[in-house]
Design a protein around this ligand. Sequence first.
Ligand code: PEP
Ligand code: MN
Length: 293
Amino acid sequence: MSINSCNHPSNDVFSVPARVSRESRPDKTVVNVRGIMVGGTDVVIIAGPCAVESSEQLYETAKAVMAGGARILRGGAFKPRSSPYNFQGLGEEGLRILKDISSRTGLPVVTEVMDTRQIEVVSEYADILQVGSRNMHNYPLLKEVGMQQKPVLLKRGMMATIEEFLLAAEYILNQGNEQVILCERGIRTFETSTRNTLDLSAVPMLKHLCHLPVIVDPSHGTGLNWMVPAMSKAAVAAGADGLIMEVHYHPDEALCDGHQSLRPDEFFQLMTDLKKIALAIGRNISLPEPSLV
Ligand code: PEP
Ligand code: MN
């Protein structure tokens, strides 16, 4: 398919892969995560710690983000860390904690699968399989998650073009799994003041080119907790179908990514602000009763 849909020949930069292209499915894909619709009218908020640290930590955080309006819980059990000496995640114990907190709160959970050898065990516990930025080009992993019956959260590679991102999603769809959520999480540029450069232009571009839901990760996208609210609001205004955010009760003590994690009180405030933006553009964020604005 040509991406040129509005008579600007200069827009015609590459061919959109067949299965992800909007032409292949004029109705947008809505991914159903245990009854939570990603890609529908509601903007879906996913929140939780970067890493599962303990059962108490995840339970307290889950209750807080749920009260703030999050519909899905995040938490890494297998963590891709730049240094082999940093906390690598609790592994299978982390998965058990995720499942336990999921059944106690009712929140579906998303967690990363880093290797084809982990798919079986992660699928036992998680509602969404996350393929992280570092693995967007891991084609055996993409094919393998494509054979699962679970939604996949595919994060954009930090050096990936939009075309490469869509081709990675195509790998998954090609194996039969069409429940794919794309996630813009920032790309590497010459800029060093932020952890990554959050490419919000990817949101309208991806939605223009393909039928899959698109969410934004403002935590990894900026690396700075004070910047997360501004970029979250901008992401919703740009048409994102959801956000995935890191939240921690004690960011200073977090075992991973504390500097980009919001405290629950900051998360609450942000959610009420985000709802106003969602309503202004004809969408919604369903907040629990006490937080209704
Ligand atoms: C994460 O979400 O925990 C993560 C490691 O993200 P990314 O793959 O975008 O770096
Ligand atoms: Mn993180």
